[in-house]
Ligand binder design. Structure first.
Ligand SMILES: O=C(O)CCC(=O)C(=O)O
Ligand SMILES: [Fe+2]
Length: 228
């Protein structure tokens, strides 16, 4: 179909520079391990958050969860069946975690969208998708004005899951199983700063247990919060 041949975005020197500086910082951090992949730039860090902090975030998600929504409803409405909530970026506990994530990546916390919590019950999943914005979609002008493209994604698993719930990059050759406190982060861009289509990924269905994560998406420019 014609639409799939439209490139999701153009090269960008500024995004390329962000990719390089974050990767250099992660490479120099002994807590971080680069995941083997020819096509994507992804890292993990065990015990990035301690158990008490994970429990605290799980309790917040339990209190505030609501069915997840997707940015564009182009027939993908059933793609994300988890429940989500926005974390309060002005609360001191959340701000401290935001700053920890941003500092690990060497990014300004102001570029981060509000941290999102997600809860997946058995059978719930997040089907294959890209985190970056397709610059040909109708939502792009609004996204460009509110901070531009999403560069790095950082997600943290808040618990071990009995079975299922891995994050899978079928074209990246990476599959991460949930592990309490583990950070998984990846660059959504190519080396030249264009969206990397091979970052396609999926939150696989939970088979047994409940999966809790927090996700943070960083923009190329400071993020402008949408007015409620
Ligand atoms: O649940 C997962 O493992 C993936 C979540 C994800 O892809 C996202 O929040 O963008
Ligand atoms: Fe994602």
């Amino acid at each position: 179909m014609a639409i799939t041949s439209v490139p999701p975005g153009q090269p960008s020197a500024a995004r390329a520079a962000i990719g390089q500086s974050v990767a250099a910082r992660l490479d120099a951090d002994p807590r971080m391990t680069r995941l083997p992949s020819e096509t994507i730039q992804a890292y993990r860090s065990f015990d990035f958050l301690d158990g008490a902090t994970c429990d605290h975030l799980i309790a917040l998600i339990e209190r505030r969860r609501r069915p997840s929504t997707l940015l564009s409803d182009n027939g993908q409405g059933a793609n994300r069946t988890s429940e989500s909530c926005d974390m309060d970026r002005n609360a001191s506990d959340i701000r401290a975690i935001d700053e920890r994530i941003a500092s690990a990546l060497g990014l300004d916390p102001a570029h981060g969208e509000t941290m999102q919590g997600q809860r997946y019950a058995p059978g719930q999943h997040f089907r294959t998708h890209h985190d970056y914005f397709h610059e040909g979609e109708s939502y792009w002008p609004q996204m460009r004005a509110s901070g531009g493209q999403r560069t790095w994604t950082a997600m943290i698993y808040l618990n071990d899951v009995e079975e299922g719930g891995a994050t899978w990059f079928p074209q990246g050759g990476v599959r991460a199983s949930p592990r309490r406190g583990m950070l998984l982060t990846w660059n959504n861009m190519e080396a030249d700063g264009r969206p990397n289509t091979r970052t396609l990924h999926e939150g696989m269905p939970v088979v047994e247990g409940v999966k809790y994560i927090v996700t943070k998406w960083f923009r190329e420019h400071p993020w402008v919060m949408r007015q409620a």
